[in-house]
Structures are given as structure tokens and as C-alpha cells.
Design a protein around this ligand. Sequence first.
Ligand SMILES: [Zn+2]
Length: 155
Amino acid sequence: MTTSRRLCLLIPALLACGSPPLCDSGTLVLASSEVQISCEEFSNHVGIARVLMLAGHSDGEEFNAVFGGMSVHVLAADAWAVNGGPAYGQFVWPHGIYLNPSGRALLHEMFHVLDVSRLRLGTASHDGWTELGYHAAQAQFERSVIGRPLALGPR
Ligand SMILES: [Zn+2]
């Protein structure tokens, strides 16, 4: 047993060890899923999100630094309650991004991650997101992934 493996067994929550990712897009990784996933669509979704984010919101160096190795988790539920309203995705530090089976909230949650990485206040209430163009980019992302869910079916 290697030293790193032994450390994983001792402190799995800190080292994020255990099973390898289900899908690796090259930056974000699909770490867990409650439904069967198309890894091809996962990579497509990440690629579309990357193009939209690099169109004036970030650059490749920052994108790779912020999102490289970041975990994505897909839940079976279409929506769940967050702060009294329905959520289709959620960023939970340090675990990563949670998505419903459509994956349509990916870019929205990535903007939260970007805001947090820049120590930008007001991200929880989406302050300034219209002016920054985040909402417009998210709308474009959703149009791009309509009919192309991450989920192939139940697990
Ligand atoms: Zn949000």
C-alpha cells in the first residue's frame, strides 16, 4: 500500500480519494452521479461552458486554475429546495457543483465559483450578474444544451 493510499484511507474527506472520476472533461471532473451519465455530453457541456466563459468573463489561465479538477455531482432529483426556492444546481464549497440530470445549471454554478475565487461579494444574491452578462451567457448555455441532458437514464 502506498503512502498516499494509506493517507486516503485515514482522511478520505480531506484528500478526496477513493474511486476515480466517472468522467474527466480535462478540467472539471464528474465525481459522482445518481443517474447514468453520458461522458461525451459531460465533456460537451463543459466545452460549451468554457467557450461562453472565455467570451469576456475569464481567460484560459484563470479558467484552468479555478476549474481544473473541480468535482461535479449529478443528483437524480430535477430540483431541490435551497433558501426556500427550487434549485436545479448548487455550488457547495469544497465539494463542488451539484446538478440535476439535465445539467443545465452548470454555467450558472460556474459563475458562482468564479465569483468566490475572485472574493466577489454578493454572489449568493447574484448581485450585478445582469450587468456582468452572466445571465445572458447562462441563457445561451441553456439554449445550447436543450435536448442534450447529461443523464442517459436511471442508474
Ligand atoms: Zn445562483
